[in-house]
Design a protein around this ligand. Structure first.
Ligand code: PNS
Length: 170
């Protein structure tokens, strides 16, 4: 039987427990779940794509059927070139919906009817969590325990220390 391969794509800058919940639940629905990190040169990121992939690999090491990859350009092209049959997205609340339906419909136009976008409802305990809000709170010295894995907090602290050293040198 053909391998059932699904894709969960995103920026993951950095991965949050909200993402990890979707990854764990998504992985139960397929043979292989590819977590695809977008290489987006136009968006300033805290972590490099390689760093994000490393943090994702560590955080999903206990999930046997997760593969972490990166992609450039159209998601629809990655889907077609890699035999993906389902793209999953997490829906936190109604505010996600407008953007998500637009993206799902545009992707459906690009990759055709054999590929579906499937939405998993975010666990309510994560519905306010996003990478952006985590970075903002952290940058203002707020508490982010329980929103991202400890390894991610350590990596964010290391980035901040490096930035502070850089500022002292300037
Ligand atoms: O984590 P994000 O930033 O919400 O993920 C968005 C992502 C990466 C899934 C989306 O921006 C994407 O698919 N980008 C690739 C470029 C593309 O295909 N654009 C057209 C989407 S309709």
């Amino acid at each position: 039987m053909k391998e059932r391969k699904m894709l969960y794509a995103g920026s993951f800058d950095p991965v949050t427990y909200g993402h990890l919940d979707i990854i764990r639940r998504g992985a139960r629905l397929c043979d292989t779940l590819v977590v695809g990190v977008l290489r987006n040169y136009s968006k300033a990121a805290l972590f490099s794509v390689e760093e994000r992939m490393g943090l994702l690999r560590e955080a999903t090491a206990d999930v046997g059927n997760v593969v972490v990859d990166s992609f450039e350009g159209l998601l629809a092209n990655y889907v077609k070139q890699n035999g993906i049959c389902v793209v999953i997205r997490g829906l936190r609340a109604t505010w996600d919906f407008d953007y998500e339906i637009q993206m799902a419909q545009m992707n459906a136009r690009l990759y055709g009817n054999e590929v579906e976008t499937v939405f998993l409802m975010t666990d309510p305990q994560h519905s306010f969590v996003s990478s952006s809000i985590v970075k903002e709170v952290f940058s203002l010295n707020g508490e982010i325990d329980g929103l991202v894995p400890p390894r991610v907090i350590a990596a964010m602290e290391a980035k901040r220390a490096a930035q502070q050293r850089e500022q002292v040198r300037e």
